[in-house]
Design a protein around this ligand. Structure first.
Ligand SMILES: CC(C)(COP(=O)(O)OP(=O)(O)OC[C@H]1O[C@@H](n2cnc3c(N)ncnc32)[C@H](O)[C@@H]1OP(=O)(O)O)[C@@H](O)C(=O)NCCC(=O)NCCS
Length: 158
């Protein structure tokens, strides 16, 4: 995928993530999740290079948001791996733009459903997902480590 911009607002520009973005993505993830939950640099090197959907939100040349998703062609289901917005840039619609673009790209890849794991201590994300039509599919106890559950949520596209 090229580094073309997908969309822009006065605040952020969306573009495809590239391998060079991995350190900034790792740093952003550390600002959004506790260290034991955040992805490693090696994890972001793979995500930035290989994810079916890999989108960066930039503000003045800085990575302030990102979303990564996988696409399972056999199941026709996409899986959002992570969506992060820098705390200083929240509640301005950046998360919504990232989710809009990721769902659009997954649909273009032939996905009929999108799955995600909701990190239960982050109630704000649940409001974002519910508002976009994601519904609860199950609970994964201690998915993020002892006492940190995940809720599996799903949305039908189209
Ligand atoms: C969840 C997250 C991505 C949302 O990003 P954002 O750019 O602030 O989201 P938006 O501005 O597009 O918000 C869209 C809607 O989500 C809901 N929402 C988002 N943050 C909220 C908060 N702190 N409190 C209440 N509702 C919230 C609101 O309904 C909001 O619409 P509104 O602002 O018109 O009321 C961001 O808070 C984040 O990165 N959190 C930490 C990482 C995380 O938990 N990611 C999800 C993994 S499970």
């Amino acid at each position: 995928m090229s580094a073309r911009a997908f969309a822009a607002t006065s605040d952020v520009t969306l573009r495809a993530a590239e391998p060079r973005d991995a350190p900034a993505c790792r740093d952003l993830d550390r600002r959004c999740f506790p260290p034991e939950v955040a992805y490693s640099l090696a994890g972001f090197q793979v995500l930035c290079a290989e994810s079916a959907v890999r989108i960066i939100a930039e503000n003045e040349g800085k990575v302030v948001g990102m979303i990564f998703a996988e696409a399972d062609a056999e199941q026709g289901a996409g899986l959002i791996v992570t969506v992060d917005v820098d705390p200083a840039h929240r509640r301005r619609g950046v998360g919504t733009q990232l989710m809009d673009e990721a769902e659009k790209q997954l649909q273009a890849l032939g996905m009929r459903q999108v799955l995600l794991h909701f990190y239960t201590p982050h109630g704000e994300a649940l409001r974002l997902y519910r508002g976009r039509g994601y519904v609860l599919k199950g609970k994964l106890s201690s998915y993020y480590g002892p006492g940190r559950d995940a809720l599996l949520m799903v949305k039908t596209l189209g």
